[in-house]
Design a protein around this ligand. Structure first.
Ligand code: GDP
Length: 444
């Protein structure tokens, strides 16, 4: 996940500062040196790093005279404010107004245009309850049209395309006519991409842009492409007057620095980020929240939003009540694991939860594997065994192991985990719903 290293480095700086009793020229010098290196290593553009470090220094030394607030907290606050400034104070939102809202996605090949066209369609159709038309303008690659049609189908959204020999502008104008005639609210054009910036394609995009009176032209940028992407953003912006950038693949091991640099270097806001291949893996970009996440404060608001989107609220409430009653079955455990899975995989989840970002990738992968083992064991049990796992004898376990391809040790581990959770639920009931202080031992 992007920004992990940066978060670790910021946290180390803040930790060191906790031992000081005020911000001074000399302790700030060391802190800023470390912050500068961390930002550069995360692929933040050197001009951006320079401006950031200078601003933090100026604020920190100014504030140190005025107040004797804990210097670590003071530094966190200053870094937070400066990061937000860097990312763009104003949240830029896509807002479909009355009439037909027209969005065109552009970008190099493989950056995730088609996938993101689908994600945006899902965003408008499911979250904003709009009628969406997805239009395929990549007439050079029949596979791309097919991919978009399949995505539209899976989302229950209408696809429009005129095959591989059509002219992109003609397709776009016909699609627009259809959208107007049939009362669509949002139209999303997925355009062709090339491996590099290429003049004929630019001309085609310019002509689309001039003739379609678009509301938004959004450029897809792959987070993995690092600093090169700034030049891509500048070139596309000169020709097409972009309204913003969508950064895809932030879930990969990208350093993420480009995301921190765009606004400062190009003036263009990041509007969304892509955090996976699934249709729901698109997050609105909120500078405040990202600053929190980078500084290791966890982005709880995004997590709650994501949880609200995917988890059935009634079921969550029912589970909560049940936990407070002290009852806990294997069914409950499965339901809870499913909720966690729906919110996102452990890697995404842990980047959003404060404290959890201390888990190593290995630990997170292990947690995900354990969830799968649990599900497999659960599916191999009879309904009676699920209600009374304590009756499981060696022979039952052998039968389950055989049927599921797991070992007896896997099954014992699942049952032990369940028993620990059951114990925890009982303890919580006795403590009036609060977690016991030794929770970290129990979760090991
Ligand atoms: P296009 O050529 O720009 O239309 O790119 P595609 O939409 O075909 O995407 C290229 C590849 O990137 C596909 O395998 C997508 O599944 C993948 N992809 C797109 N967005 C993301 C993302 O946010 N995260 C990850 N991990 N993969 C993505």
């Amino acid at each position: 996940m992007a920004f992990e290293n940066l978060t670790d480095r910021f946290q180390a700086v803040f930790k060191k500062m906790r031992r000081e009793d005020r911000l001074t020229e000399s302790n700030m010098q060391e802190a800023l040196r470390e912050i500068r290196i961390a930002l550069l290593e995360s692929d933040v553009n050197y001009k951006v790093v320079k401006a950031f470090v200078e601003d933090v220094k100026e604020k920190a030394l100014g504030s140190a005279v005025l107040t004797r607030v804990n210097p670590s907290e003071m530094l966190i606050k200053i870094c937070h404010d400066e990061l937000v400034k860097l990312l763009g104070d104003d949240n830029y939102h896509l807002e479909s107004r009355s009439g037909l809202y027209k969005i065109m996605l552009v970008g190099l090949q493989g950056t995730g245009k088609t996938t993101t066209a689908g994600k945006l369609a899902a965003y408008f159709a499911k979250k904003k309850h709009k009628k969406v038309l997805l239009v395929g303008l990549d007439v050079y690659r029949p596979a791309a049209l097919e991919q978009l049609a399949q995505i539209a189908d899976s989302l229950g959204v209408t696809f429009f395309g005129l095959g591989a020999n059509a002219k992109p502008l003609e397709v776009a104008l016909k699609a627009q006519e259809k959208a107007r005639a049939e009362g669509y609210n949002v139209i999303i054009f997925d355009t062709a991409g090339r491996l590099q910036i290429d003049e004929p394609l630019m001309e085609e995009l310019e002509s689309l842009s001039k003739n379609l009176a678009l509301d938004e032209t959004l450029l897809l940028v792959d987070a993995m492409s690092g600093q090169d992407s700034t030049n891509v953003v500048k070139t596309f912006n000169e020709r097409l007057h972009l309204s913003g950038v969508i950064v895809s693949k932030l879930d990969g091991d990208a350093k993420g620095g480009a995301v921190l640099s765009f606004k400062y270097l190009t003036g263009l806001p990041v509007v969304f980020t892509g955090t996976g291949e699934k249709m729901e893996d698109l997050e609105e970009f909120h500078p405040e929240r990202l600053a929190d996440r980078i500084l290791g404060m966890g982005d709880v608001v995004s997590l709650v939003e994501r949880a609200q989107e995917v988890v059935d609220e009634k079921e969550a409430e029912r589970q909560g009540k049940k936990l407070l009653s002290g009852e806990y079955t294997l069914d409950d455990m499965l339901k809870q694991m499913k909720m966690v899975q729906k919110i996102g995989n452990m890697k995404v989840l842990s980047s959003l939860v404060p404290g959890l970002n201390r888990l190593s990738d290995e630990q997170k992968d292990k947690a995900e594997r354990e969830m799968k083992v649990f599900e497999t064991v659960y599916n191999s049990m009879t309904p009676y065994e699920r209600r009374h796992p304590e009756i499981l004898k060696f022979s039952h376990k052998n039968r389950i192991a055989k049927g599921s391809g797991l070992t007896n040790a896997d099954i014992n581990r699942v049952i032990r985990k369940y028993e620990q959770s059951k114990e925890l639920v009982k303890t919580m009931k006795n403590r009036g719903g609060k977690l016991p202080p030794n929770i970290s031992n129990l979760l090991k």
